[in-house]
Design a protein around this ligand. Structure first.
Ligand code: GH3
Ligand code: MG
Ligand code: MG
Length: 456
């Protein structure tokens, strides 16, 4: 490498050489002039002697002239070499500067993409929105390549196509059916296949309708577990450039982290809103749901349920059997009412059920079904027999939820007083409403409950 000091030294040497050449030439000329003139006068006398001195001077000067010319030539060559080396280094430095600038540009572009992607994902409040961000990112990261996102379902056994983008409208259509059968997902590593016909190409690339192709597969991890893959294809040997590969890696990483966070948040919310023993809503989330329901439904029936003699069941068979009984009761209620009805464990062995768009007299039928099914379910489950009592009322518009619950509790208390294992409906004044004449279980000889019901 030529330094600036060496270049300065070379220039100084050339300048010195110029001065030295002139000086040496002059001194040599003067020094040689005397013997040349003497030689000329030895050859011829008078004026002709001076003419004869000229060739003598030239002959005597020639060796020193040749030496000086050679010296200058060598110096010039050295200077030229230095300039050439400098030019080479300059060209190299310029090329490196260009490369560095291109690298910096690419890095700035990647960082900008990453920050915009992070921003978009941060605004996505549910998994469908995250999937939408991923799909839109495909079009900007690999606009010319058919690309798809395959994600495992809850069982982790099946991969489903969740997003796709393609210039032709046709997704790559990878046939892999589970994360365990995808080399990229199994190895948790980006896989590039230059040609589907290569010996070590992924078998899933062969026999595609588009023929030979190249492919890129980027694994997607959620909470440390590889659950999917981003799959892009192109023409054989025309693999996706490194920048796009990095962008797809960033997309997989950030989107996986966001989906993981959303799942954790959903799980936490669910845990906070449900009772851990029965999986039913807890009292707080039940109240929120009912308030929302009452805004959209004017007619709402509210039921309170309480298991009969449950303390005795616990004392006789143990707390664990009691827990199983509570779970079974919750399951029977869930299976006996509509999906839109809201059930909660209100505490201990008490439950609250809200029937939107339903009168208390209709809710009674559903609760009678609960009683019947409970009996059958206990037999199947091999649990000790127990029953439940119910109190039902119609919610009055604008009435406080606590007041409605208090009225339903009043009906429930009456059901307990009437001998338990029955459904009591109260009207707005707190008076019992008799079962409809067509309800067979309400007739004498029907269910225990109705026999015990006070007659209007
Ligand atoms: P009644 O017919 O009058 O309702 O009588 P009861 O025995 O059901 O009522 P009581 O209020 O005297 O007893 C309720 C019992 O429910 C007491 C308690 O041990 C039991 N219990 C409350 N929560 C749980 C629970 O989470 N698991 C179990 N196994 N038992 C519970
Ligand atoms: Mg109780
Ligand atoms: Mg009880």
């Amino acid at each position: 490498m030529v330094t600036e000091a060496e270049w300065d030294a070379a220039q100084a040497r050339t300048a010195r050489m110029r001065v030295l050449s002139g000086f040496v030439g002059l001194v040599t000329f003067a020094f040689i002039a005397v013997p040349a003139i003497a030689l000329g006068h030895w050859i011829a006398s008078g004026w002709p002697g001076y003419f004869a001195a000229a060739p003598c001077e030239i002959a005597l000067l020639l060796p020193s002239m040749i030496w000086l010319v050679r010296l200058n030539e060598r110096q010039q060559r050295n200077a030229d070499d230095t300039v050439r080396a400098l030019m080479g280094e300059l060209a190299g430095a310029l090329a490196k500067a260009d490369r560095d600038a291109a690298d910096r540009d690419a890095q700035v572009r990647r960082q900008r993409f990453e920050s915009r992607l992070a921003n978009a994902l941060d605004m996505a409040e549910g998994e469908p929105e995250v999937i939408d961000v991923i799909e839109r990112s495909f079009a900007s990261v690999v606009p010319g390549a058919p690309t798809e996102l395959l994600l495992a379902d809850n069982s982790h056994a099946h991969l489903l196509r969740m997003a796709s983008a393609s210039p032709t409208g046709e997704p790559p259509g990878c046939s892999v059916d589970s994360p365990d059968h995808c080399p990229a997902a199994r190895r948790a590593q980006v896989q590039r296949f230059d040609d589907s016909e290569d010996l070590d190409a992924c078998p899933k690339l062969r026999n595609r309708s588009e023929g030979r192709l190249s492919a890129l597969c980027v694994p997607v991890s959620i909470m440390g577990r590889t659950v999917g893959v981003i799959h892009a294809t192109g023409a054989p040997a025309q693999s996706i450039d490194d920048d796009a590969v990095q962008d797809l890696g960033t997309l997989a990483k950030l989107a996986g982290a966001r989906i993981g966070l959303l799942r954790v948040m959903a799980e936490t919310q669910l845990q906070a809103s449900v009772d851990s023993l029965t999986g039913l809503l807890n009292r707080r989330s039940f109240e929120q749901r009912v308030s929302a329901l009452r805004r959209s439904h004017h007619v709402v029936a509210m039921a309170m349920a309480d298991l009969d003699g449950f303390k005795e069941l616990n004392d006789t068979y143990g707390h664990e059997t009691g827990d199983k009984a509570l779970r079974l009761f919750a399951q029977v209620v869930r299976e006996s009412v509509r999906a839109l009805d809201v059930i909660s464990r209100h505490g201990g062995e008490e439950f609250a059920i809200v029937f939107p768009g339903c009168r208390a007299t209709d809710a009674r039928k559903a609760l009678e079904a609960v009683r019947t099914r409970l009996d059958a379910a206990l037999t199947v489950a091999g649990l000790p027999r127990f029953t439940a009592s119910f109190g039902v009322v119609d919610a009055v518009e604008d009435e406080d939820l606590s007041d409605i619950i208090a009225r339903a509790d009043g009906a429930l208390f009456e059901a307990k007083r009437a001998g338990r294992n029955c459904v009591v409906v109260h009207d707005a004044r707190g008076a019992a409403v008799a079962p409809a004449a067509d309800d067979d279980r309400a007739r004498p000889g029907g269910a225990v409950a109705e026999r015990a019901l006070p007659q209007p």
